[in-house]
Design a protein around this ligand. Structure first.
Ligand SMILES: [Mn+2]
Length: 363
């Protein structure tokens, strides 16, 4: 009798553990640690910033008194992202100044270990929360929530906050809303009904004035100079644009250039490349779903650098031994050759996208 009773209790316990929602398991994983450090990918985007901020709120309300440190690796470059960090605000500590010990749990959001999206893998996370298709090394990870069908990591974090009935401030709602929005605005959309549900839940709670300021920041002159150079150095190969942005003052602008060109009605693919911090930074866009941009770019940079991303959008880096024009030219040629071969496009089909335009003395 006792034995039977025990086993039915075991079954009940098992059902109970299955009933626990994701955020319960996440919080249970963090419970033994006295401190939490949130990390993300290099040059964090709004989705990773908002996810870290949401995780901090979750822990502060559910495990009060536990310090949560948000870190930054690389730079916050894009004007919108800078506005977000300053206006919300998002308190960030440079990752290199953070000390990791056995008491510290590392929570990685919007990225996975060993995907080439971080400059150091020194701090192995106990928790990984991500929506990227680029799989990483998850050995030793105690809690993982990886849902590649979702448009944003912020959607997952919004779900945790909802599950735990955490009070979400207008600032946090704005951050999460912008995190999801910035990931899902392209067409066709890479978003799920869960992303839309989160947006609907967050909108009435967000500070719309703050949101408008984040969406529309002032832009520096270098922004326009890079677009001028990219327009002058954009080449069309069948339905692909390859645009050279030259030396850029901030890395995120490569992605902005790629987003700009992919709206051209004659193309299905865009590769934008620029020189930043001694390496080539790449951004690939596919205008149709099923493009597998992440996989394509990974193949293209194989042996030269690293890349990853989503179905329609991918980013990569090719480190260079030196930034001499000769090596830049050679690397660009090789990358273009590989991409053209991958897309089955004849190299000889290439032509400049735009003719030189005339200049007038003054308007
Ligand atoms: Mn993301």
């Amino acid at each position: 009798m006792t034995g039977a009773g025990d086993s039915s209790q075991d079954v009940e316990l098992e059902i109970d553990s299955q009933r626990r929602v994701r955020s319960d398991r996440l919080l249970a994983t963090l419970a033994p640690f006295s401190r939490v450090v949130a990390v993300s990918h290099v040059n964090p985007d709004p989705d990773s910033l908002a996810s870290m901020l949401g995780i901090r709120e979750l822990i502060q309300q559910c495990q009060p008194g536990k310090p949560v440190i948000l870190t930054v690796e690389g730079m916050i470059a894009r004007a919108e992202n800078r506005a977000m960090v300053e206006l919300i605000p998002v308190p960030l500590v440079p990752i290199e100044s953070v000390h990791f010990d056995r008491e510290t749990a590392v929570v990685m959001v919007d990225s996975q270990p060993h995907t080439g999206r971080r400059s150091s893998e020194a701090a192995m996370p106990q928790v990984v929360i991500d929506h990227h298709e680029t799989g990483g090394d998850l050995s030793g990870v105690l809690f993982q929530d990886i849902r590649t069908h979702l448009g944003a990591s912020s959607t997952m974090v919004t779900g945790y906050l909802l599950e735990q009935r955490v009070l979400v401030s207008p600032q946090l709602a704005t951050a999460l809303l912008y995190g999801i929005e910035s990931e899902t605005t392209g067409y066709p959309r890479e978003a799920s009904s869960l992303d839309d549900g989160a947006l609907v839940w967050l909108f009435p709670r967000a500070d719309k004035e703050l949101l408008a300021r984040i969406r529309n920041p002032k832009l520096p002159q270098s922004h326009f100079a890079t677009f001028q150079r990219a327009l002058a150095n954009a080449f069309l190969y069948r339905d692909l644009i390859v645009a050279w942005c030259g030396d850029v003052s901030q890395p995120d602008i490569i992605a902005e250039v790629a987003d700009f060109f992919v709206r051209f009605d004659q193309v299905n693919w865009v590769l934008a490349v620029g020189l930043f911090d001694g390496g080539l930074k790449l951004s690939l866009r596919a205008s149709a779903l099923g493009g597998q941009a992440g996989e394509v770019l990974r193949d293209v940079v194989e042996g030269m650098g690293s890349a990853g991303g989503h179905d329609k959008r991918a980013g990569g880096v090719v480190p260079l031994a030196d930034a001499s024009p000769k090596l830049v030219e050679q690397s660009l040629t090789e990358l273009r050759r590989r991409l053209l071969a991958h897309l089955d496009i004849d190299e000889h089909q290439g032509r400049r996208l735009l003719n030189e335009c005339s200049r007038i003395p003054a308007p």
